[in-house]
Design a protein around this ligand. Sequence first.
Ligand SMILES: NC(=O)CC[C@H](N)C(=O)O
Length: 370
Amino acid sequence: MKALIALEDGTVFEGRSFTGRGEAAGEIVFNTSMTGYQEILTDPSYRGQIVTMTYPLIGNYGVNDEDYESNRIQVEAFVVREYQSFYSNWRAKRSLGDWLASQGVLGVEGVDTRALTRRIRIHGAMRAVISTEDLDPKSLVERARSHPGLVGRDLVQDVTCSAPYLWENGQQIPAEGFRDDDRLKVLVIDCGLKFNQLRLLSQRGCQCLVVPAHTPASKILAYAPDGVFFSNGPGDPAALPYLVQTARELLGQKPIFGICLGHQILSQAFGANTYKLKFGHRGANQPVKDLTTGRIEITSQNHGFCVDEKTLPPEVEITHINLNDRTVEGVRHRSVPAFSVQYHPENAPGPHDAVYLFDRFIDLMRQPSR
Ligand SMILES: NC(=O)CC[C@H](N)C(=O)O
């Protein structure tokens, strides 16, 4: 079935749906990972976005029961060069196409994804509409132009959990507080988190209580955690003043670790601003330098906004930079226990180079003064 993708700059690409009829709108972005589509599709940070993969062959290892990063497919639609319905992997349970269709998410193949990616790289991430229903290019371009886009939108409220839960043995268990045991208690603020963050904290002996993004600092402190973690999440970090306020109130009270959107929230609590990158960083081989050790790490990334280096106050140190474009990838406060990174050390999908950051957080929580 024919499908069209119309961008706000008037460009129209043609492809074929491999999931039946459908239509979606959002910001169109590209991801350069060669594998990991199951984790990418379930990453809540992609809410509001149509994702295209630069790797040309997608679907050949199917979809399994383990590699979910949240409870549903989060992207608005998925665009590939060549979809492979014949899959082969010992863990696979279903095809990518069946899985997308079962959740009503449009998948389109046969698209010139090199041209599409080049367009986004040159002109920036754009609003787009993708459809099998409306095949009139003019009307689709008009509709892409009237889409609200991401800037100024709080998408966290669409993806955060509705009630607190404990993460125990890979299960989400509704809970009103921590269990009384010897494990370190990590209060996780769910801005659209990826499950691998919980898996890695649990593997390191932490008990994780996940709470909705609107939970105020007073309530967070009443849970008496050993540390607070701000997760990744979708949309514009500048549209989340309530989360910035929470982080500000927690600074100096508890050790804090933030990932991606969590890093952007923490940086704003430090007094910095964020801005939108032209086309963002999305992939599994972004080079980052840890300025505190001199080590280079290859990282997994997915973000379209960034912390403005010029607005960071002197009491905050830049700990990591991106070696492709020198943008800020990590910060830490010089006097209170709070640090964060713009990339995804939970590595799902992606290389494990940055997993040491979870150990840094644990060390911070274990320091006797706290
Ligand atoms: N993965 C994330 O947390 C993304 C953060 C934010 N939505 C951005 O695009 O920059």
